[in-house]
Design a protein around this ligand. Structure first.
Ligand SMILES: [Zn+2]
Length: 586
């Protein structure tokens, strides 16, 4: 009966080619063997599980092989190779310095060094965790390391290169092992699964690879653990349950809550997480790394910093465009503060809830200062508040302040809505600004629009155009198809995603944006959007008003009667026009 072997042993690499994630390094090693340029001492550095010991063993086997392949690999068939593969070769001596670090241990090793090989050419001494040797042991070792017999090769391995004294470093050829990337691990695990006849979801392997944190050996033993408990069918769900990992899904939902400024939702998600038994500090750190990953996924230039499979990268990049870099900077700073304050907080749950509230406030019109250690919360927006649009690259232009000096500057900030202008395919009556004291001057001049009032009224009378009735859903889905047909207009589509049109009445809609920069952006884009919507919805009367949402209350938008009354008052020719064409409001 075949003995059960754990994957970490069964799939231990037996040639340089099968070492995962160290291509350049193994090529150099193999090349030095092929050209017979061996050093008498090597130092392999790198974190645990990256293949240092495996490479040392392969190296020892390869230099003793009597029938190397033309590429310089061990044949795995000659007597020496078989002895190595069966762990009975006398030409490899391993010492774990973590548990054998005394002078006596080193003296015993030095004695061994004096004995020449009975078969084969080289005796290879592997000293693992060499930084653990005591000072006296180091000293006892130095002379032998400097001038070993010709048949001896030392391979020293360490996870902490900085602890190796210079006298050792200068005597060794140094190889730095990479951390194994997630993608390399996922690829290797996929190979192992196919060899073992285990079905796997790649998202599950991704979770395993992340958990292994750069160590292939760990990845393989976690793989075994999950495979055993999921009866040969490794799914994402079975993996996160088995490893007690917080589902990525929670972070995605939380991000949506932050974007929607939905405090109650964020608190409820946190409650679910607590009830699943997850530690709050673990949660804060998980959220922080998720935000960090999204931030680097957002920009193609930094996408390489995201350690994930290609599939996961793509999905994160898609999520990340919903937020501005500024959002991520502030959110990460808030998580970091919470992490630092966690240990001293007497009420941990309160600390996390406060963090979540702050995160939900980041996109509110007067966001709290992220760096503000005092954590002042200015206000909590209702759960159903309008999401604030993001503008990733464009800096908001300063608000024109033609307003006389306001004695209480904060009062200006409290103004709920600034109506900026009306846009339609066929010019519609201009929607005038609200006459309120303390109102900010709209940044778009209304003069041009008002001058055209005469044409407007005439056009309205002469219209014989398409006037199909359409539902809000129809408009919304046309809005969406416009977005998806302009994938490269990132700034515009990000704004459009958040600033969804709301029907005022009839064919009039309002779009709420966050700042004058977005007004400009939408102003420039609207002619094209309106013409697109007109064709999609068979209606030439669609018009939009762009407003800057600056506060808590929903916009007071004038109804057509108010507009009409206003125009009668403001435009001298209006009375005459109304009379001549016998205009009434429908
Ligand atoms: Zn061989």
């Amino acid at each position: 009966m075949e003995k059960y072997l754990v994957s970490a042993r069964k799939y231990r690499p037996s040639t340089f080619n099968s070492v995962v994630g160290q291509k350049a390094l193994t090529a150099t090693l193999r090349n030095s063997i092929a050209t017979d340029r061996l050093a008498h001492a090597y130092l392999f550095c790198g974190s645990r599980g990256v293949g240092k010991t495996s490479c040392a063993r392969i190296f020892a086997k390869t230099i003793n092989c009597t029938n190397r392949t033309p590429e310089g690999d061990a044949c795995n068939e000659c007597e020496s190779c078989r002895a190595f593969n069966e762990n009975r070769s006398l030409n490899i001596i391993e010492l774990d310095a973590a548990s054998n670090n005394s002078v006596d241990d080193i003296r015993a090793l030095v004695d061994q060094v004096q004995i020449p090989p009975t078969t084969g050419r080289y005796r290879v001494f592997i000293v693992d965790e060499v930084h653990m040797l005591s000072q006296a042991a180091f000293n006892a070792f130095l002379k032998t390391l400097e001038e070993p017999p010709g048949y001896v090769v030392f391979i020293l391995a360490t996870t902490e290169k900085h602890k190796i004294i210079p006298t050792i470093l200068s005597r060794c050829q140094i190889y730095d092992f990479n951390r194994i990337t997630i993608q390399d691990m996922v690829d290797h695990l996929t190979y192992v699964a196919s060899q073992e006849g285990i079905s796997v979801e790649s998202s599950a392997l991704n979770v395993i690879a992340r958990k292994a944190d750069g160590a292939m050996r760990d990845a393989l033993s976690i793989f075994d653990q999950v495979a055993a408990s999921s009866m040969g069918n490794i799914t994402y769900q079975s993996t996160i349950e088995n490893l007690n990992i917080l589902d990525y899904e929670y972070y995605t939902r939380l991000l949506d809550a932050f974007l929607n400024q939905d405090v109650p939702q964020a608190l409820l998600i946190y409650k679910e997480i607590r009830e699943k038994g997850f530690d709050s500090l673990f949660f804060i750190n998980g959220l922080a790394s998720h935000l960090r990953d999204l931030m680097v996924a957002r920009d193609p230039k930094t996408l390489c910093l995201l350690e994930a499979s290609d599939e996961a990268r793509q999905s994160m990049a898609q999520q990340a465009v919903k937020c501005s870099p500024q959002f991520f900077y502030k959110a990460m700073a808030l998580c970091n503060d919470a992490d630092l304050n966690y240990r001293t907080a007497s009420n941990k749950q309160f600390l996390v809830e406060l963090l979540l509230i702050k995160l939900c406030q980041l996109l509110s019109p007067s966001p709290i200062d992220a760096g503000d250690g005092e954590g002042q919360l200015k206000k909590i927006t209702p759960a159903n508040a309008t999401p604030q649009p993001q503008q990733p690259q464009q800096q908001p232009q300063p608000q024109p302040q033609t307003q006389p000096i306001d004695p209480a500057p904060t009062a200006t900030v409290q103004q709920p809505v600034v109506v900026t202008a009306t846009y339609s395919r066929i010019p519609q009556p201009i929607h005038p600004p609200q006459r309120r004291t303390g109102l900010k001057t709209p940044n778009i001049s209304l003069k041009g629009g008002l001058k055209k009032a005469e044409d407007v009224a005439q056009a309205a009378v002469k219209q014989q155009d398409r006037n199909n009735n359409f539902s809000d859903q129809a408009l919304d889905s046309a809005w969406e198809t416009y977005i998806s047909s302009h994938p490269t207009a990132h700034i515009l589509i990000n704004t459009m995603r958040v600033a969804r049109p709301q029907r005022i009445e009839g064919n009039r809609f309002v779009i709420m944006v966050e700042n004058p920069g977005q007004v400009e952006l939408m102003k420039n884009a609207l002619p094209d959007i309106i013409s697109y919507l007109a064709n999609q919805l068979s209606n030439d009367h669609i018009s939009f008003e762009i407003t800057i949402n600056e506060g808590e209350s929903s916009p007071h938008v004038w109804n057509s009667r108010e507009v009409f009354a206003h125009m009668l008052q403001e435009v001298p020719h209006m009375q005459e026009l109304v009379k001549r064409f016998d205009l009434t409001l429908s």
